[in-house]
Design a protein around this ligand. Structure first.
Ligand code: ADP
Length: 631
């Protein structure tokens, strides 16, 4: 108890008790190990192995622990090596159990046996003592080392002065002055050293040194086999788990590398330029194609504002404000956009025409992180488009000239009439002036006729100039009725001479369209020309031609030229708009192809309605956007 209190709470001893042992007073004591006198098989401590043994109490110093220390020094563990270990609770019971043969051997503190013998309770000669030791001045039988008796202690906070006074008082108690008048107690000695008790506790790993127990591996295994087993099983589980994790990890790493390689490959091998933009509009990544197309390197772009680098200025040199940047807008309003015509400035100061899509991208929580831009260099395509347009213009010009050729006879006829009229009238006028009758008034009338015929001839020439002129496709508000009139002026005579019944249904309220008038006139002229050609092949009386204009549901104005001619020939049906496709001996097969090109340039398409197998004629129609402002 003292050793534990000293260790835990810092108590310190003032004096050690002197007990009145039967042989002589002593301030030390020990333990005695014994068996019955007649037990020839037990003569030393080693003989106690596998025997039954009784001690007083497992916490008793003299009644168990001192004996245990001696056995322990020989490698005997009472808990393990005895066939049975019992605790009697009191010393007498231990002695009696040994004498009665209930146990093979036992231990009690010193002086007990002598006292019982003196009291006549036992005959000490019936007992045999094991491992007896001898020590001068200690006369009691003892089998163990000797240890100091109970100390009188002070608490850590007891004042030194009080402690001193108590110590002096205790030491001054004379042996005869026993206050307890007990058999066991006589007086107090100066305090002894208790380190042997401490050494015992350490050796036996008892409190307060329980944790210092020296355990052999076999003891650990014996005592904690289930923990060891659980430990081993857990370890095995852990190892197998780790190996599974390692295997999975390796597999994941491999597939991650593969994905990264694929990603890199895709990124670097796609022909389209790809770059990422964060919410601030700064580049986050670029691919190889982008570097090649723009000349900008990844390090020039990453972390920099893409708008300032790539499309700060429009093609015409006007600034392109950042707020209008589609890439920026996509990141802001999280809507994907497709831009079909824009430019990206290259590092060398030139630019490329591009079409691109910008798609916002989100993180796993759905928050917008920025956008990805995929673009394509369309510079070549645009150049080709421009070339095609120019070519189309050329073609249209050629077409018009060829048509003029076709119309030459008509024009000659047209001019012939006024010229004949002019010459006839001029001659008549001359005759009038030559005659005596001063027919001035009549003469003036004839001159009027001459001048109007001359105007008509001038008009015809004007048309020819008009048609042979090469115009740029400049669209402006134009009147359908006017364009139809122009065409009919050219063809009126022919229509009349071929007995074609013409029906005009032009919507006066939807007369204005946004178009290039000369080109549309050319289209109408082509369609009407073809209709006349087709009507020629049906009997007179069945030759109907109609030109109509009507508003459509999708806010356009439709112009339709219909005839009741032969209808489309089967061979031409699928290639109607291909250049040089004709069924006519004198035809060039350019009219419809040129007309289609013109209408496509106006954002529309010429369509055809022609019931198969019946001679009910054909309808060609196309739509033009209405003009918002009128010319
Ligand atoms: P071309 O008149 O010189 O033959 P087009 O391109 O104007 O060239 O016409 C191509 C062909 O389409 C014609 O040869 C004819 O077979 C057919 N076609 C065009 N318009 C009509 C129509 N109104 N009726 C029947 N066939 C037509």
């Amino acid at each position: 108890m003292y050793v534990n209190l000293e260790e835990k709470y810092g108590v310190s001893r003032l004096a050690t008790m002197v007990t009145s042992d039967i042989n002589r007073p002593n301030n030390v004591f020990g333990g005695v190990i014994f068996t019955r006198e007649d037990r020839d098989d037990i003569n030393s401590l080693r003989d106690l192995k596998n025997k039954s043994f009784m001690a007083v109490d497992k916490d008793s110093l003299g009644g168990f622990q001192m004996a245990w220390r001696e056995m322990n020094a020989l490698g005997i563990n009472p808990y393990r090596d005895f066939s049975r270990l019992e605790f009697g609770g009191i010393h007498d019971r231990v002695v009696m159990a040994v004498l009665d043969g209930k146990v093979d051997a036992g231990t009690v503190r010193t002086d007990i046996l002598e006292r019982m013998d003196a009291a006549g309770t036992i005959d000490i000669d019936d007992l045999k003592f094991i491992n007896l030791r001898h020590k001068d001045k200690f006369l009691s039988l003892h089998s163990t080392r000797l240890y100091p008796e109970w100390p009188f202690s002070k608490l850590s906070h007891t004042s030194p002065e009080l402690a001193r006074q108590v110590a002096v008082a205790l030491l001054q108690i004379p042996p005869s002055n026993s206050p307890l008048s007990s058999d066991k107690y006589t007086n107090w000695s100066i305090p002894l050293d208790y380190h042997e008790v401490r050494a015992l506790f350490k050796e036996l790993a008892l409190p307060p040194y329980a944790s210092l127990e020296k355990l052999t591996l076999t003891e650990v295994l014996k005592r904690y086999w289930y923990l060891v087993l659980i430990g081993i099983i857990s370890l095995l589980l852990l190892i197998s788990l780790i190996s599974v994790v390692v295997r999975h990890n390796r597999r994941l790493k491999r597939s991650q590398q593969r994905l990264e390689r694929q990603h890199e490959l895709i990124n670097q091998s796609v022909a389209d330029g790809i770059y990422g933009v964060d919410l601030e509009g700064n580049c986050t990544f670029v691919n190889k194609a982008m570097e090649n197309m723009t000349g900008w390197k990844a390090e020039d772009l990453i972390g920099k504002n893409q708008h300032i680098i790539l499309h700060h200025t429009h093609e015409d040199g006007t600034p392109h404000p950042r707020e209008e940047c589609p890439v920026y807008q996509s990141a802001v309003d999280s809507r994907a956009r497709f831009i079909s015509d824009d430019i990206f400035w290259k590092k060398d100061g030139s630019y490329i025409n591009v079409e691109y899509s910008c798609t916002p991208f989100r993180d796993l929580k759905g928050n917008i992180q920025g956008s990805v831009v995929v673009f394509r260099d369309i510079t070549e395509r645009k150049k080709t488009q421009k070339r095609n347009q120019e070519h189309q213009l050329q073609l249209a010009h050629v077409g018009r000239l060829s048509m003029l050729g076709e119309m030459a006879s008509g024009i000659a006829h047209e001019l012939n009439q006024p010229l004949t009229a002019i010459s006839t009238n001029a001659r008549a006028c001359a005759r009038m002036l030559e005659s005596d009758n001063n027919n001035i008034e009549q003469c003036a009338d004839v001159l009027d006729k001459i001048s109007s015929q001359a105007e008509r001839a001038a008009n015809v020439i004007q048309y020819i100039r008009h048609f042979s002129h090469k115009e740029l496709p400049h669209q402006k508000p134009a009147k359908i009725s006017l364009m139809v009139d122009t065409v009919l002026d050219l063809l009126e005579k022919e229509i009349q001479s071929k007995k074609i019944n013409l029906e005009l249904q032009l919507d006066k309220d939807h007369d204005w369209v946004f178009a290039q008038d000369i080109q549309i006139e050319q289209v109408i002229l082509n369609l009407v020309r073809n209709a006349i050609d087709s009507l020629e092949c049906v009997p007179k009386g069945k030759r109907n031609l109609s030109i109509r204009s009507t508003p459509t549901n999708n806010n356009k104005i439709e112009i339709r030229v219909s005839d009741t001619g032969l209808g489309l020939k089967k061979v031409i049906r699928d290639q109607l708009f291909e250049p040089f496709m004709t069924t006519k001996d004198q035809g060039m097969g350019l009219g419809l192809s040129i007309s289609q090109g013109i209408i496509e340039a106006h954002g529309g398409q010429i369509k055809v309605e022609s019931p198969l197998g019946q001679q009910t004629g054909v309808s060609f129609y196309f739509s033009l956007p209405p003009a918002k402002e009128r010319a």
